[in-house]
Design a protein around this ligand. Structure first.
Ligand code: G3P
Ligand code: MG
Length: 240
């Protein structure tokens, strides 16, 4: 079972900052997940939320800021154990840190309602521009239209269906949607990760990854029921 560093080693360092990604690499993480947005001036950046309220205490929205403005905000301000200044990193900076040793890179593209028109083409160009990266990359999004646009632009990019507002009864239709877009992976929340649900998805031919798993007992249970990967803020969760 893969342990995927979720937003870097974000249990130990401010999420989605270069500090968190460097730490994940130092801890030996080979599988990584990070969230992609775009600034007003067209720079792809890595941050979870669409705005900076929770992380930097600023209501500014990434889509409305030019990168030099965004880079002045402290994305580590929320992380009380280590609030020293860390900017929102550019995607290329993150890939420079994790790319050389990564086995698996999950670009989670945050594009609800197509707030970043054209981001699919730009993300694909970024992946294609790095030799050897396409085969290690997987794109996911909560926004199904985004997955469809990735598929239309690239028959080869590996996609993950990211379950949103799922329940057990909605699983079968979700599997059909995942299949229709040509996804190879199915990612869903821990609250749905029971043996029957996981079995159903695996029998449909998908690799199943579960978010967010920060307790060792959950990690061990998921491994036992055949889950393929867990997203964890603690890359060392199985060694704790
Ligand atoms: O990609 C898995 C997980 O990160 C999805 O949820 O909200 O943490 O981006 P979120
Ligand atoms: Mg994410």
């Amino acid at each position: 079972m893969r342990v995927i560093a979720h937003r870097g080693a974000s249990g130990y360092a401010p999420e989605n900052t270069l500090k968190a990604f460097r730490l994940a690499v130092e801890m030996g993480a080979a599988d990584h997940e990070f969230d992609v947005h775009r600034t007003r001036d067209g720079v792809l950046v890595v941050h979870h939320d669409f705005d900076l309220k929770r992380t930097a205490g600023s209501p500014a929205r990434i889509a409305e800021l030019a990168y030099p403005e965004l880079a002045k905000l402290n994305a580590a301000a929320h992380f009380t154990a280590d609030p020293a200044f860390q900017p929102v990193p550019r995607l290329d900076e993150v890939l420079d840190v994790i790319g050389p040793t990564a086995r698996w890179l999950n670009f989670e593209v945050k594009n609800d309602g197509n707030v970043y028109p054209g981001i699919e083409r730009e993300a694909l160009a970024c992946i294609a521009g790095r030799p050897g990266m396409l085969g290690r990359s997987l794109v996911s999004s909560f926004d199904h239209g985004t997955l469809e646009r990735f598929r239309a632009l690239s028959p080869e990019i590996r996609l993950a269906y990211l379950g949103h507002g799922l329940s057990t009864v909605l699983l079968a239709p979700a599997i059909r949607k995942a299949r229709a877009v040509g996804a190879v992976n199915f990612h869903m929340a821990l609250r749905l990760a029971f043996r029957t649900n996981v079995g159903l998805i695996k029998r449909a031919g998908f690799e199943v990854c579960i978010y967010t798993v920060n307790e060792k007992k959950d990690a061990l249970r998921l491994r036992e029921i055949g889950v393929d990967g867990i997203f964890s803020n603690y890359p060392d969760i199985l060694e704790k």
